[in-house]
Design a protein around this ligand. Structure first.
Ligand SMILES: Cc1cc2nc3c(=O)[nH]c(=O)nc-3n(C[C@H](O)[C@H](O)[C@H](O)COP(=O)(O)O)c2cc1C
Length: 307
């Protein structure tokens, strides 16, 4: 069998393979230089930026380890739009693969302003982070509600012609409803999931471990719950779904693809292994060869359900 076709398409953005790096864990890419050939991956989603720089939550206690995962509350620390365009984006572009900017804001207008500023920038797509659990305003406040999500997406849609990815929170009752609302508002793809709202308490001091008191759970602990949401969202929309949540190896990634994900993103695993995305990619390729599947697209959503 000749080499399988791994190419995928997210709106107008074509990717050489379905493996992406999730927003936040790769920063803007500059701190990872030399650790692995990241240009071989399908796309790099950079840390969420806001119009103005943000300091984030107090650095001393932003993360806590948990069984098979971690809870974080970084609080959207970022350099702001201007410094991102001037100092960070050129270095990320130098990896030589697709680059996705992630944006957030306190109001739908903030999101649209970011998108307008990125409309002529060298980014291949824009991810709309309506799902950050670790900020006091904006963030998840939009994503937990179908109408709020749609309002943000529609505002961004009217600000730019770039491919748009709506990144959703898993912390909702009906993920299919929110995904459908984003599709109707003009999103080209859905990314699922961001972290699950969580809390860790130190029983001796009786104080929350995180400075922000609560945070978001990521890592293998969330994987089955994330696969479940991808499965339901993918059945509700026509646009591609990008699956993530605790992907550590190719088998994990394939679960998301079988559930309906067109592409997948590696997040927390990158902290354990900077080449986690490369391992996942190699394993997906092996699986396709072993099962004589010519094209990754043939696998998407092909889970064989019990009656
Ligand atoms: C330390 C950390 C920072 C993150 N920062 C962002 C962010 O800036 N924007 C965003 O959309 N998601 C952010 N995420 C969420 C991840 O992109 C991803 O959706 C989530 O962690 C689930 O995938 P994983 O279990 O593979 O990490 C962050 C996650 C972690 C662990």
């Amino acid at each position: 069998m000749s080499a399988p076709d791994l190419t995928v398409r997210i709106g107008a953005m074509s990717m050489k393979n379905p493996v992406m790096l999730a927003s936040g864990v790769f920063g803007y890419g500059d701190e990872f230089e030399g650790l692995a050939p990241y240009g071989e991956l399908g796309a790099l989603v950079l840390k969420t930026i806001t119009k103005d720089p943000r300091p984030g939550n107090p650095p001393a206690s932003r993360t806590a380890e948990t069984p098979s995962g971690m809870v974080n509350a970084i609080g959207l620390e970022n350099v702001g739009l201007e410094a991102f365009l001037r100092d960070k984006l050129p270095a990320a572009r130098a990896y030589g693969t697709r680059v996705v900017a992630s944006i957030a804001g306190d109001t739908p207008e903030d999101f649209a302003a970011c998108a307008r500023a990125l409309a002529s920038a060298a980014v291949d797509a824009i991810e709309i982070n309506i799902s950050c659990p670790n900020v006091k305003q904006g963030g998840m406040a939009f994503g937990v509600d179908a109408a709020g999500s749609a309002e943000v997406v529609a505002g961004v849609r009217s600000a730019t012609g770039k491919p748009l990815i709506a990144k959703l929170t898993p912390n909702v009752t009906d993920i299919a409803e929110v995904a459908s609302a984003c599709e109707r508002a003009g999103a080209d793809a859905i990314a699922l999931t961001n972290t699950f709202s969580a809390m860790v308490i130190d029983v001796e001091s009786r104080r929350p471990v995180l400075a922000a008191n609560t945070g978001g759970l990521s890592g293998p602990a969330i994987r089955p719950a994330a696969v479940y949401r991808v499965f339901h969202a993918a059945r509700a929309v026509q646009i591609p779904v990008i699956g993530m949540g605790g992907i550590w190896n190719a088998q994990d990634a394939l679960e998301f693809i079988l559930a309906g994900a067109t592409a997948i993103a590696v997040g927390t695993a990158l902290y354990a292994d900077p080449a986690a995305g490369h391992r996942v990619l190699a394993g997906i390729r092996d699986y396709l060869v072993r099962h004589e599947i010519a094209c990754i697209a043939d696998l998407v959503g092909s889970v064989r359900l019990h009656d």
